[in-house]
Design a binder for this molecule. Structure first.
Ligand code: PEP
Length: 249
């Protein structure tokens, strides 16, 4: 079954509103004839600005995180209700920087995944192993645990709103990319795990993005692989010059 490619840009903690607006305008113009599914995820402070620009275009609006509660006394957090209010459609959860810098564990990520789905968002659930885990032969086990725990109690009816992003931590922002073969092997494994959880149909349909130093010169080779259905792009998503060629690989 053919799956649509899904190319997403994670702008992380970059860009003022003005800078975000400029990039969003460039992308709307450059990708209007693009054939794939697109998303940009600006910082919370730029969401409203970018929402106005991508409205009516083929670029979806993503957030990089959400709080595990709907509202309340949670200083410094941003809730799903607030994200919905500014027009966010998709929430990236479990990014390795959230897991490893901010110590988010699988249980917390799972609460966020279920809350986001309950409120009608699509979710990009990020999974991926550390270098020492890969070297110890644990890459599959780590990805399985993060997938199974992250999706715990997610209903079969909701799995079509979930994208998985396989992002080996050692490849994020380092310039090191998994080879297309190594990435494809883990993608195939994650697809098998989804099959065990939700059946063959869901496994066939689920979009599994690759993330980790995707650049214009390596995107096509990665996307050519059977089980790689798109990319979650960090550094190269910060400029139209580098994101557009990836988005139109
Ligand atoms: C990311 O942050 O999701 C990412 C893949 O970053 P980079 O492309 O910079 O490695």
């Amino acid at each position: 079954m053919a799956r649509n490619y899904f190319i997403a840009g994670n702008w992380k903690m970059h860009k003022t509103r003005g800078e975000a607006a400029s990039l969003a305008k460039e992308l709307v113009a450059a990708l209007k004839d693009g054939k794939h599914k697109y998303l940009v995820a600006p910082s919370f402070t730029a969401l409203e600005t970018v929402a106005e620009i991508v409205k009516g275009s083929n670029i979806l609006l993503g957030a990089q995180n959400c709080a595990p509660e709907e509202q309340g006394a949670h200083t410094g957090e941003v809730s799903v209700l607030q994200l919905k209010d500014v027009g966010v459609q998709t929430i990236i959860l479990g990014h390795s920087e959230r897991r490893h810098i901010y110590k988010e564990d699988d249980a917390l990520i799972n609460i966020k995944v279920r809350l986001a789905l309950k409120h009608g968002f699509d979710v990009i659930l990020c999974v991926g192993e550390l270098l020492e885990e890969r070297e110890a032969g644990k890459a599959e086990a780590v990805c399985k645990r993060q997938t199974v725990e992250g999706l715990k109690d997610v209903a079969a009816a909701d799995i079509s709103r979930v994208t998985i992003a396989y992002e080996p931590v050692w490849a994020i922002g380092t310039g090191k990319t998994a080879t297309p073969e190594d990435a494809d092997a883990i993608h195939a494994y994650i697809r098998k795990v989804i099959g065990e959880l939700y059946g063959a149909g869901a496994a066939e349909k689920i979009i599994i993005q690759y993330g980790g130093s995707v650049k214009p010169d390596n995107a096509a080779a990665l996307m050519a692989k059977e089980n790689i259905d798109g990319a979650l792009v960090g550094g190269a998503a910060l400029k139209a010059d580098t994101f557009v060629p990836i988005a139109k690989f």
